[in-house]
Ligand binder design. Structure first.
Ligand SMILES: Cc1cc2nc3c(=O)[nH]c(=O)nc-3n(C[C@H](O)[C@H](O)[C@H](O)COP(=O)(O)O)c2cc1C
Length: 186
């Protein structure tokens, strides 16, 4: 039985009916008991400014602390103009500072993207991967999760219940759990 790991889930969409949030909720529902996933909200974060680095707003302090309570981070990203939404980049920038002490540093990460387009957010996923290299987050390579035409995979309750997709996401979580355990002490 592996050790329980806490995973911060960051959803890069503020949209009420976000498909990426629905994927996050599906992942939370199917996660093994040894992976405790919880969404950390980014909607109330201010735009990052280096001016307040020495004395950040309370929302920023709280956000960093919430991430700090977790062993790893799972990112769900939509694709906006072949990249990640500005709100997601802003959240990563906030969590990456102060320089050399960012709370994300060294935490194992995984990325899943979902899009109504056929390419499933491939461009966004790889832009985010590039960002995470600089933040020094070891990021799971396989399986790659680009969920295309996500709007066709929801049931009439608006939930992701497509069996094939859920099975695939289960494999993704299993690989992520192994990845976390490789990178963190027991
Ligand atoms: C500003 C903007 C740019 C977009 N650019 C892309 C794109 O480059 N590729 C793509 O597949 N979908 C693109 N889309 C469509 C998104 O995939 C779609 O809005 C999706 O529902 C967003 O994710 P969400 O449901 O989690 O909010 C774009 C949407 C917006 C609002």
């Amino acid at each position: 039985m592996s050790q329980t790991r806490n995973v911060a889930v960051i959803v890069g969409s503020l949209r009420k009916d976000s498909y990426n949030r629905k994927v996050a909720e599906a992942l939370i529902a199917i996660a093994p008991p040894t992976l405790k996933l919880r969404i950390i909200e980014i909607a109330d974060l201010p735009h990052f400014s280096q001016d307040w680095e020495a004395n950040p707003p309370q929302t920023v302090v709280d956000f960093r602390n919430k991430i700090g309570e977790n062993d790893a981070v799972l990112f769900l990203t939509p694709e906006y103009n072949r990249s990640i939404p500005g709100v997601l980049k802003n959240a990563v920038d906030i969590a990456s500072r102060p320089y050399g002490q960012g709370i994300l540093m060294g935490k194992p990460a995984a990325i899943a993207s979902a899009s109504i387009g056929a390419t499933g957010g491939f461009g966004a996923s790889h832009h985010l991967r590039q960002v995470l290299v600089n933040v020094n987050m070891p990021t799971l390579a396989q399986p790659e999760v680009y969920l295309g035409t996500i709007d066709k995979l929801l049931d009439d309750k608006g939930q992701l219940s497509d069996e094939r997709t859920l099975k695939f996401l289960g494999k993704f979580l299993a690989a992520f759990e192994k990845w976390i355990n490789i990178h963190l002490p027991a």
